[in-house]
Design a protein around this ligand. Structure first.
Ligand SMILES: NC(=O)c1ccc[n+]([C@@H]2O[C@H](COP(=O)([O-])OP(=O)(O)OC[C@H]3O[C@@H](n4cnc5c(N)ncnc54)[C@H](O)[C@@H]3O)[C@@H](O)[C@H]2O)c1
Length: 330
């Protein structure tokens, strides 16, 4: 049984705590959050002990691993403490907002050979995973293009937005990682963005929507279409297009029931509303990979270098919006 402490009992902490509790080979050993109501209620939901202080997790030798789901600006400190106390680590994205800080931390931590898996849960989405496997088997021939649509149903709260590091580092980072997952290394990034004239985004100096185009080292082109709002829910689709055809992964509805009448054909209910619902199987598979990789004493499927590479693409997109130029990525 892998004894795991959940650091952070907010939005993502709740999803991970559920996956840990449901996993047959994992145990939710501790829930930590400085907000007592958050820690105690998530602990109570899963019958787990809780604490206000992450040091309780780091100091407990019976705890094997930590999931770091605290705010982004705490990740590097949590990572350091977790490595120093010999914990296996599942670290939420992004690693940090500052590449120099990431590199300095890794230079210090890498010699200790820590086990760090990055929380790019979408790699474990069964549909996106299937697309990648079928492309690898040659089903669509030479890949020419990837199209990712990724729209959130509503923006995060204003205080989260202002500290998030901006759309590309906070939200698109998942899509940059998905592009790397499907196409490999990216060598060119270009982006346009808009605040849609909305005060909340203007005040946060952030974007309400963006369109990013990229070129992969292998020659394929990619488009990411992002929006922080979407009237019809959490729009998460992708298409790989090749010489022999395409493979598409679409949105999910709660059931497969479709209505037909004089005014509608194959009408479905609304698509699943947000990441809690849409990516539940992906979060479960991610946790399963974490547990297995620890057990098998091997590298996890997605690691620190992937977290860094996605951030490099986010910085390139920021530069492209600021300069209006295509940015080469080394
Ligand atoms: N993989 C995903 O799909 C996904 C989704 C959402 C958020 N995230 C990432 O997860 C992280 C948290 O995001 P969120 O939306 O859950 O935020 P949140 O604000 O909902 O929750 C963060 C929680 O951490 C707690 N916290 C703050 N300092 C702490 C500390 N020192 N020790 C323990 N807990 C502490 C806060 O009190 C809060 O309850 C961010 O880095 C975000 O980018 C990832």
């Amino acid at each position: 049984m892998l004894r795991i402490a959940m650091l952070g009992a907010g939005r993502v902490g709740q999803v991970h705590a559920r996956s840990i509790s449901q996993h047959p080979d994992a145990e939710l050993a501790l829930v930590v959050d400085p907000i007592e109501a958050a820690a105690s209620s998530l602990g109570a939901t899963h019958g787990a002990p809780w604490s206000l202080d992450p040091e309780d997790a780091f100091a407990d030798a019976s705890i094997d691993a930590v999931v770091i789901g605290t705010p982004t600006n705490t990740h590097i400190d949590m990572l350091r403490r977790a490595v120093d106390s010999n914990k296996k680590i599942l670290l939420e994205k992004p690693i940090d907002l500052d590449l120099a800080k990431i590199d300095a931390a890794w230079a210090e931590l890498a010699p200790k050979a820590p086990f760090v898996m990055l929380g790019f849960c979408r790699r474990f989405d069964p549909s996106f995973h299937e697309v990648r496997e079928r492309v690898a088997k040659g089903e669509i021939g030479t890949v020419r293009a990837l199209r990712i649509t990724s729209r959130d149903p509503q923006p995060p709260p204003a205080d989260y937005l202002s500290a998030s590091g901006g759309m590309f580092k906070d939200m698109t980072i998942h899509d940059f990682d998905m592009a790397r997952f499907q196409l490999g290394d990216i060598v060119e990034v270009s982006a346009v963005a808009s605040d849609n004239g909305l005060a909340a985004f203007r005040q946060a100096r952030d974007h309400a929507q963006a369109i990013i185009t990229m070129r992969a080292a292998g020659g394929a082109l990619a488009t990411i279409v992002n929006s922080r709002t979407c009237a019809y829910g959490y729009d998460q689709r992708l298409e790989m297009y090749g010489d022999l055809g395409s493979l598409e992964a679409g949105n999910f509805t709660a059931t497969s029931v479709r209505a037909n009448s004089a005014t509608q054909t194959e009408a479905a209910g609304p698509i699943l509303n947000f990441f809690l619902e849409r990516y539940t199987p992906a979060f479960q598979a991610e946790l399963d990979e974490f547990v297995r990789a620890v057990r098998e004493d091997r590298e996890p499927a997605v690691g620190f270098a992937d977290g860094r590479a996605a951030l490099v693409l986010a910085e390139a997109a920021n530069e492209s919006v600021a300069t209006g130029r295509i940015v080469k990525v080394g």
